[in-house]
Design a binder for this molecule. Sequence first.
Ligand SMILES: O=C[C@H](O)COP(=O)(O)O
Length: 253
Amino acid sequence: MRKPIIAGNWKMYKTAGEGALLVRELAALTKTVTDVDMVVCPPFTALAAAAGAVAGTAIGLGAQNMHWEEKGAFTGEIAPGMLKDIGCTHVIIGHSERRQYFAETDKTVNQKTKAAFKAGLTPIVCVGETLAEREANATEKVVGIQVEGGLEGLTAEQAANLVIAYEPVWAIGTGRTASAGDANAVCAFIRRTVGAMFGQTVADSLRIQYGGSVKPDNIAELMAQPDIDGALVGGASLEADSFSKLVMFSGKA
Ligand SMILES: O=C[C@H](O)COP(=O)(O)O
């Protein structure tokens, strides 16, 4: 059975001090949790403080982005090994905000995904369609291309160990959540696509998160779906109370 994974993407919120405090509060509220993987993804400037705060807890630490090269003249960028060195276990790759505002493509997602594995990080690879694409009935076409492009050339072992986050762009930060059934249908499609690329065993192991206005009052219905194994959460991850509730309500019965 796939272990649920709830990841908080803090985006461009929280100073180092605020982040460390949030992690300490979250750790206190979730100290008995063993059946759900928890990850917090602060901005780069709060990673070191959060790394100190997650030490000795069950909470993993993720970054929100990275470069694919190990080092080099890339002003303003962060290398995979730097994230590993600071204590990261995970890294978000290809979030729709990166694709939309920073011109990330399936090619760079693929380069970053491979680089993350090479550095010993678990990538959380984001895919999802825009509202226009959904209304044009192009969701599967768009998401299929993103999955195939992002995962091309991975080994079966890598594919089995990554996390894919399905985030319909129109549901992010809008209060509009995909219905649990619609979200599951796309997650099932993603699993079939990965199965066609890497085989059924890999597809069965792969954890797929839903993301987009996930809150304590809709997480249980989403998690009850057979192909949804967790959530990538923005707004509701910024307070320990709501994030801990998401974790508590995420256990698969
Ligand atoms: O990475 C997280 C997603 O963009 C969802 O954000 P949200 O929960 O604020 O809608």
